[in-house]
Design a protein around this ligand. Structure first.
Ligand SMILES: [Ca+2]
Ligand SMILES: [Ca+2]
Length: 692
């Protein structure tokens, strides 16, 4: 049989350290292979068992068997050799076997991948100088000659297949799997469960025994397989130390728990998106989020929900694993995202704690709760400014406003509406959080605005009690009810001035007016129109709030005014029945009529000069006594002739009687000249005192 079609140079592999030379001779030339002692031993053993055969057959199967097949010979202590001393007493130096195969392949024009069912690391035919049919023939012989039928390939039985298999293990993938290894008699000789951790391996790269590598191909995460491996795809005729005897068929029960590839990216999938997304996560943002974390096989490893506290982190600064930072980028508040992170962007070879094993793919379901940047200032949104806004708030103003306090996700944490009273504060003076101090500046009465405040201008990293979590962005939807400044006076706007106005109101006058009283936001409080009773008051008598008393002066009959009164000139911080604390009041007033008054303490005043001899004028019958009738007639005459005025708003007879009683000191029913003098002097003194 001519094994060599064309003459070729000798192939010599050198530099294999402790290897010895196995020399194979063909008709035409020598092929020198460099194999180690183990190679030699296996060659010998195959020679002993494989007879009777032709010399070529004799040599070839041995060569095939010994083909530098790294999986076969377990060149690297991977799958079954985490403790290589145990199973591979003499590990084959990788170079000798692989270099040989590689060199051989380099020489060969055939570089196609091994066919299914064939021996995995086929030596190219040029290397073995054996046609393919010969190999098949030998296999047939080997099978026939075996006392028990030996599988040509691994036999795979899929015991449990998950319903959803999105990905199957393939060459180049990394896998993490559990295994239980038994002999045909069921005796376990190795188990990842006993070793206390799943095994990590790279598929199709010759680092596993061939049968395991084949058995793992096409597996889904959570799939359970029973893989029966014939000896030539396991430890061959050599076996593995004292553990696996030569020519042993092995059964591996494999459970795939993780699967990834070095080319994998962080995969994100948005499960739910908020209606509007004003902002999304960028690097240097600080975010708060809830998450459920699980491994690829569904095992949960952590949850912020269980802790009832968001996870808070700065993005892009290495606070969290790289994959999570990548996955968070671009998220909106309220968005729910599924993020799959390969181990090299997760916790890598070390894993984390007892929950995350080494080389674990991580799955996060994330709900973004909050986002801000440490460089953020407050932002103002959704402003609604009243058409008429003559004044905007400044530092030192006192503002009353309603608010709805929410987080970015819309959850309300506080509201003034529920308390049914405004929040009142001076602004720009540090009485409220910095962001609100700022957000309340420049507002108009009646304005609505939304103020978004980052935590460093709100409640900071500490939060506030059980209400505001640490590092929370807070959102206030505010409605300005009113504001004023303690220096404010009454503001009067004349809306109607009669053409004829001979006389105006002043202190001591009794005025009659109609009014509507309301708050700045238009809430009607009181009105004289309600029962159609004009309001009557004496100006300067502290009968109405100070601001109104001031604003009702200098009015003509028929005049109309809009009067704005700051609280310190109205009902102050205490408010009044129906009037909120510190409320600015607005009065719409119409002056209906008024009577001129007399100074406080007087019942009657002369409008011109008093008569030079008052007593004689009063004592009309000249009997040196002034009786009540004489006195009354006199006063009425003075009033009717416009020479004097009695205190308005009282019954005339009553006023006269009071005046008479005041003058009749001895209460004998008559005023004498002395009694009158005394009274006039007293009045003069009083007038002088008042002027002072
Ligand atoms: Ca008289
Ligand atoms: Ca008297």
């Amino acid at each position: 049989m001519n094994l060599q079609r064309t003459p070729r140079p000798a192939l010599t592999a050198t530099g294999a350290g402790s290897s010895v030379l196995c020399t194979l001779q063909s008709k035409e030339q020598n092929l020198t292979l460099s194999l180690n002692k183990r190679c030699r031993r296996r060659l010998d053993s195959s020679r002993e068992t494989a007879s009777p055969r032709t010399s070529a057959q004799h040599l070839s199967p041995g060569l095939l068997h010994l083909s530098p097949e790294p999986q076969h010979l377990c060149p690297e202590p991977l799958h079954l050799c985490p403790e290589p001393q145990h199973l591979c007493p003499e590990p084959l130096p990788r170079t000798s076997a692989q270099d040989l195969c590689t060199s051989a392949q380099n020489l060969s024009p055939r570089t196609s991948a091994p066919q299914p069912g064939s021996l995995l690391c086929l030596l190219p035919h040029d290397c073995t100088m054996m046609p393919r049919f010969l190999a098949v023939l030998w296999l047939a012989v080997a099978v026939r000659s075996s006392p028990r039928s030996v599988l040509e390939d691994v036999a795979v039985e899929r015991l449990v297949v998950p319903p959803n298999c999105v990905r199957e293990a393939a060459t180049g993938d990394h896998v993490r799997y559990h295994y239980n290894a038994t002999f045909l008699d069921g005796k376990t000789f190795d188990s990842s469960y006993q070793r206390g951790g799943a095994k990590v391996a790279l598929l199709g790269e010759g680092r596993l025994i061939a049968g395991i590598d084949k058995g793992l191909q096409g597996m889904c995460v959570s799939e359970l397989r029973k893989v029966t491996i014939p000896p030539h795809l396991a430890y061959g005729s050599t076996g593995a130390g004292e553990v696996v005897p030569p020519d042993t068929t092995l059964i591996f029960e494999l459970l795939l728990v993780d699967l990834w590839n070095n080319k994998d990216l962080v995969v994100t999938r948005t499960l739910s998106t908020p209606k509007d997304c004003k902002r999304s996560v960028t690097r240097t943002d600080f975010v708060r989020y809830h998450f459920n974390g699980s491994l690829l096989d569904g095992t949960a490893f952590d949850s912020s929900y269980a802790r009832r506290q968001t996870q808070d982190t700065l993005v892009g600064d290495g606070w969290v694993i790289r994959g999570l930072e990548e996955g968070l980028l671009g998220m909106c508040v309220g968005e729910v995202r599924n993020i799959i992170i390969p181990p090299f962007k997760g916790y890598g070879e070390k894993g984390a704690g007892s929950e995350i094993p080494p080389q674990a793919t991580l799955i996060y379901d994330i709900l973004l709760v909050d986002i801000h940047n440490p460089k953020d200032n407050i932002t103002t949104e959704d402003q609604v400014v009243p058409e008429s806004c003559t004044r905007k708030s400044v530092v030192g103003d006192y503002v009353r406003y309603h608010y709805n306090g929410t987080f970015l996700n819309g959850d309300t944490f506080d509201t003034s509406y529920q308390r049914n009273s405004t929040y009142n504060t001076y602004i720009g003076m540090g009485y409220v959080i910095a962001g609100m101090d700022q957000g309340l500046l420049g507002v108009c009465t009646g304005e609505r605005r939304r103020v978004v405040i980052p935590p460093h201008l709100a409640y900071g990293e500490q939060g506030a009690g059980n209400v505001i979590p640490p590092s929370a962005v807070v959102v206030f939807d505010i409605h300005i009810i009113d504001f004023h400044n303690p220096k404010d006076t009454v503001e009067i706007q004349v809306t109607h001035k009669p053409q004829v106005c001979n006389e105006t109101t002043e202190v001591n006058d009794v005025v009659k007016y109609h009014y509507n009283c309301s708050l700045m936001d238009g809430t009607r409080l009181f009105s004289s129109h309600d029962d159609d009773n004009m309001q009557e008051t004496t100006l300067g008598y502290d009968m109405v709030v100070d601001g109104l008393d001031l604003a009702l002066r200098n009015m003509c009959t028929g005049e109309r005014r809009i009067i704005t009164i700051p609280p310190h000139l109205a009902h102050g911080e205490k408010g009044a029945s129906g009037v909120p604390s510190s409320a600015v009041l607005v009065f719409e007033v119409q002056m209906m009529s008024f009577e001129k008054g007399v100074p406080s303490g007087y019942m009657f005043v002369w409008l011109g000069e008093a008569p030079s001899n008052l007593f004689q004028t009063l004592d009309t019958n000249q009997d040196k006594k002034v009786l009540l009738d004489e006195f009354g007639d006199f006063i009425k005459l003075q009033v009717s002739e416009g020479k004097g005025r009695v205190k308005p708003g009282m019954d005339m007879e009553q006023v006269i009687q009071d005046m008479f009683q005041n003058q009749d000191r001895d209460k004998d029913g008559a005023i004498t000249e002395d009694e009158l003098k005394l009274k006039v002097e007293e009045d003069r003194e009083k007038a002088e005192h008042d002027e002072l």
